[in-house]
Design a protein around this ligand. Structure first.
Ligand SMILES: Cc1cc2nc3c(=O)[nH]c(=O)nc-3n(C[C@H](O)[C@H](O)[C@H](O)COP(=O)(O)OP(=O)(O)OC[C@H]3O[C@@H](n4cnc5c(N)ncnc54)[C@H](O)[C@@H]3O)c2cc1C
Length: 301
């Protein structure tokens, strides 16, 4: 391992890997530090990515991306970064194994963590029969029966958005958080069935959703569902501690052209940045950040 890396990438999901591949091709000394619990670890099938008409899993993209980056000399550490501190020359990273890594440039590609209360039950179905994002997977329920498993207005608004794709929707307000009157009225106008009850059990067969059993033992069958509980966490605390400017929803703000933050030599890419949360955008961000990181490294050589 190097004493000082040219660039430390925090997060080895889609954005971090794309940046690593590009920086590896410039032959910079790069390390990706990744705790492997991101969205690309969860999604078992992306359906809207160019070149993959039958879909591709997050794990497959990650494994292939990592091999590609490693073949270019990029290092990988499976750790969580606990703290980042500014130093005279670059940055110091404290890892969960209590070791330290140093780098001249820093790319945050730390993503977002979804709040999914029923995660253990629906994990095998994510991206295949249970979805989180209407822009990604609304098409998968086109003219089909689907459930929305959610909480309060967040779940109700997901149901209203999905009405564009299907008229056969049932919204189950699992956490029974209140719904505003105007939203309730819109659900009624659009004939979206509303069930205000906790879910006892989700019944699946492999990656296929089958049924949802409610606390009162009612059973609702469906082959597709969306989850929308709200309270997703943007992984931007390390950046905030360094003085990086955040948008009001905690996503990182970057310069549109260079993907650099307001803090010199700190970049951000992927879902942690304020924009639509998509694989192809994460790739584009990672690439663009890498190009500008390279330019600034050249100017100091
Ligand atoms: C179920 C599901 C289905 C989806 N379907 C689609 C789809 O069909 N099409 C689409 O375009 N998008 C889809 N998405 C969104 C897509 O997964 C994200 O846009 C994409 O993963 C963003 O990549 P990223 O690199 O920004 O973040 P991630 O892939 O989440 O990677 C971030 C990485 O950073 C790591 N990390 C975070 N903090 C630290 C730290 N402190 N130290 C070390 N490592 C850290 C995490 O462990 C993780 O590995 C879906 C998401 C989910 C959850």
């Amino acid at each position: 391992m190097f004493r000082m890396f040219d660039c430390v990438i925090v997060g080895g999901g889609i954005a971090g890997l794309q940046a690593a591949i590009q920086l590896g091709r410039y032959q910079h000394k790069v390390v990706v530090i990744d705790s492997s619990d991101g969205r690309s670890n969860l999604c078992r099938c992306y359906h809207n990515v160019l070149g993959f008409p039958n879909g591709v899993s997050g794990q497959e993209l990650r494994n292939t991306g990592r091999r590609q980056a490693e073949s270019l000399g990029v290092h990988f550490l499976k750790e969580k970064v606990e703290k980042v501190s500014k130093r005279k020359e670059g940055f110091e990273f404290k890892l969960s194994n209590q070791q330290f890594v140093h780098g001249k440039r820093l790319l945050f590609a730390t993503g977002v963590k979804d709040r999914i209360p029923l995660l253990s039950e629906i994990k095998p179905c994510l991206g295949i029969s249970v979805y989180v994002c209407p822009d990604c997977d609304g098409y998968e329920i086109k003219d089909k029966k689907a459930l929305i498993l959610g909480s309060g207005d967040v779940g109700a608004n997901m149901a209203l958005t999905l009405h564009y794709f299907s008229k056969d929707l049932t919204y189950i307000n699992h956490e029974r958080k209140p719904i505003s009157e105007s939203v309730k009225e819109e659900l009624e106008n659009k004939k979206i069935e509303y069930v205000n009850s906790p879910i006892r059990k989700v019944i699946t067969e492999g990656s296929q959703l089958k049924k949802v059993m409610l606390e009162d033992n009612r059973v609702i069958s469906a082959n597709h569902a969306f989850v929308a509980f709200g309270g997703n966490k943007v992984n931007s605390e390390l950046a905030e501690d360094l003085g990086v400017e955040l948008y009001k929803n905690k996503h990182i703000l970057v310069d549109q052209r260079k993907k650099m933050t307001n803090v010199e030599h700190v970049w951000a890419a992927g879902d942690v940045v304020a924009h639509s949360e998509q694989v192809t955008i994460a790739m584009g961000d990672g690439m663009q950040a890498a190009i500008w990181i390279h330019k600034t490294l050249l100017s100091t050589q």
